[in-house]
Design a protein around this ligand. Structure first.
Ligand SMILES: [Zn+2]
Length: 473
C-alpha cells in the first residue's frame, strides 16, 4: 500500500517554510491569522464537538477568547471531534492494538499514531497527507538544517546509517514516522533501523555495535546511558550526531553525552499532538515552528505569561491538522518565549522548554505539616550536587523515598552515596522530617509505555475525575 504522501503539497509547503523562516516581522503572525481562520472554519463545519464547544463565540473572536480543551474531553467525544465521519475510535483502537498494521495508511489516506503521555488518558492522533507534508517540510528544512558539507554531498543519507533507539512496542509517533519514511524511501529500509530500549542494556549495546550508526535519534536518558557505556568501553563506535527529543535535556546531561560519545547533540521539541514543534539552530537556541503551531504560555490560572517568563503550562493550536482540530489544547510543557530575534536570523521565535513535568512530591514535615517538593528542584539537586543524571526517585509513603540507580559497581555505589547525601540535605533544608531513603541498585529505570523515563514518581493513584496521577494524601 502506498504511504500517505503528497509530493506536490510537500513542494508548495516547503517553499512557504523557507520563505517564512526569513520573513520580516509580522510575516509569521499573518500566516497564523490566515491558517487559524481556515482551521476554525473546518472545525466548526466538520466537527460536532467544536460546533458545540465554540457555540456562542463570534467567528472573528481572538484566539485567547476561545475556550480551552483537554485530551480527556476530546477523547471522550472522539467520533464527534474528528472532521471525517469514517474515523471511529473503536476501529482506531483495534488498528493500533495490531502490531502488524504499524505505519499502514488508514483508509489509504491517514497516518495514525497513539500516545500514552504522562497522564493515564491515552490519545490517538490522525494525520492526513496535508498535515504530513507540513511535518516533512519542517523536519527536513529546519531540523536538519544547516546541512554540513558532508550532508550536502549525501542529502539522502545513502552512505550513512541512522538508528532510532526508543519505544517500538506500540504505534508511537516516532516509530510510525520512521516506518513511513522506510516505506517512502527504499534506501531507508537498509539505512534506518529501530532498536528497542526495552531489551537488556548489553543486548542493545551489542546490536548497536553491530550496526554502528552515524546518527542516533533517541531520548536524552537513553543517550546518557549510551554515553556511560562508551566510557565503560562496551559501546565501541562513535556516532557523528545524536538527535534527542521527548524528555528534558539538561546542560550536564548534554555535556556528558557530547564528551563521552565525541559527537554533537541536536535537541528538538515535539509531541504526539504536533510532531515537530521546535528545533535547535546552529546557535544552540530552540526555535518554535510558529508558522504552523501556536503555543500560548499560561500561568496556573490560565492567564497569558509575558515573554521571558517561564509558564506553568501552555495551550497548543495546530494550524496544519484539519482532520482532528486542536484549538487551545492544554499541554503540560512549561515554556519561556523570548521576544528577541536569534542571531541565526530565523524569523521563528526562540523558546526554552522545561519538558513534561515529573510529579511533585508531598512529604511529611514536622508538626504534622506537609511539604511539596518540586521534582525539577530535586532532579537539579541530584544532577548538580551528586553529579548523577540517570536515577529515579519513587515515593512509597508519606516520608519514604526509594532511590534507584541502574548500575551496581563501585562507581555506582559511590554515586548512590552522593545522591543520598544530596537528597537528605535537600529534604532537611525543606523541613522534611527524617525521610527514609531506601536504595535500589542494578535495576533499570522504569519507563512508561511510551518509553520515557519519569525521574520523580509521586506516590500516586489514578483519580477518577481527571484520569491524572495525583499525590497520595
Ligand atoms: Zn537561532
Amino acid at each position: 500500500m502506498m504511504p500517505v504522501f503528497d509530493p506536490l503539497r510537500l513542494a508548495s509547503v516547503s517553499l512557504d517554510v523557507l520563505a517564512a523562516g526569513r520573513d520580516a516581522p509580522g510575516g509569521v503572525a499573518a500566516r497564523q491569522r490566515t491558517r487559524l481562520a481556515r482551521l476554525l472554519e473546518s472545525a466548526v463545519h466538520g466537527s460536532r464537538f467544536y460546533r458545540d464547544h465554540l457555540a456562542g463565540f463570534a467567528s472573528g473572536a481572538p484566539l485567547d477568547d476561545l475556550p480551552t480543551v483537554t485530551r480527556a474531553a476530546l477523547m471522550a467525544r472522539f467520533d464527534d471531534w474528528v472532521t471525517d465521519p469514517r474515523l471511529r475510535l473503536d476501529e482506531l483502537k483495534a488498528f493500533t492494538a495490531d502490531p502488524q498494521r504499524l505505519g499502514e495508511p488508514y483508509f489509504g489516506r491517514f497516518v495514525i499514531w497513539e500516545s500514552s503521555g504522562t497522564s493515564l488518558q491515552p490519545g490517538i492522533f490522525v494525520q492526513d497527507a496535508a498535515c504530513m507534508a507540513v511535518y516533512d517540510a519542517l523536519e527536513s528544512l529546519r531540523r536538519n538544517a544547516p546541512l554540513s558539507l558532508r550532508r550536502w554531498s549525501d542529502p539522502l543519507y545513502l552512505n550513512e546509517r541512522l538508528a532510532f533507539v526508543g519505544a517500538i512496542g506500540g504505534h508511537f509517533a516516532s516509530h510510525v514516522s520512521i516506518e513511513r519514511l522506510r516505506q517512502l524511501n527504499p534506501w531507508m529500509r537498509v539505512n534506518f533501523r529501530s532498536f528497542s530500549i526495552m531489551q537488556p542494556v548489553p543486548d542493545l549495546v551489542g546490536a548497536l555495535n553491530g550496526y554502528a550508526p552515524a546518527v542516533i535519534a533517541t531520548y536524552p536518558t537513553v543517550a546518557f546511558l549510551l554515553a556511560d557505556e562508551a566510557e565503560r568501553g562496551t559501546l565501541t563506535f562513535r556516532p557523528r550526531e545524536v538527535w534527542t527529543g521527548g524528555e528534558t535535556l539538561g546542560p550536564s546531561m548534554r555535556q556528558h553525552i557530547e564528551r563521552a560519545l565525541e559527537c554533537s547533540v541536536r535537541n528538538s521539541f515535539g509531541a504526539s499532538e504536533f510532531l515537530t514543534m521546535g528545533w535547535e539552530c546552529g546557535h544552540g537556541r530552540m526555535h518554535l515552528n510558529a508558522d504552523w503551531v501556536i503555543l500560548e504560555p499560561v500561568d496556573e490560572q490560565g492567564f497569558a505569561v509575558p515573554p521571558g517568563r517561564l509558564s506553568h503550562s501552555c495551550r497548543l493550536t495546530h494550524l496544519a491538522n484539519t482532520v482532528q482540530p486542536l484549538i487551545r489544547y492544554e499541554l503540560d510543557d512549561q515554556i519561556t518565549v523570548f521576544e528577541e530575534r536569534c542571531a541565526c536570523g530565523s524569523a521563528m521565535p526562540v523558546i526554552e522548554v522545561q519538558g513534561r513535568r515529573d510529579e511533585p512530591l508531598v512529604l511529611a514535615a514536622s508538626g504534622g505539616r506537609r511539604v511539596t517538593i518540586l521534582p525539577m528542584a530535586l532532579t537539579t539537586v541530584i544532577e548538580e550536587q551528586a553529579g548523577v543524571c540517570d536515577f529515579q526517585i519513587r515515593q512509597t509513603g508519606p516520608s519514604t523515598l526509594v532511590l534507584r540507580l541502574p548500575g551496581r559497581d563501585a562507581a555506582a555505589r559511590a554515586a548512590m552515596g552522593r545522591c543520598r547525601d544530596a537528597l537528605l540535605a535537600f529534604a532537611a533544608a525543606h523541613g522534611v522530617s527524617g525521610p527514609t531513603v531506601l536504595e535500589e541498585m542494578g535495576q533499570p529505570l522504569e519507563r512508561g509505555r511510551s518509553g520515557k523515563v519519569c525521574r520523580v514518581l509521586a506516590a500516586a493513584m489514578p483519580s477518577a475525575s481527571e484520569g491524572k496521577r495525583t499525590p497520595l494524601a
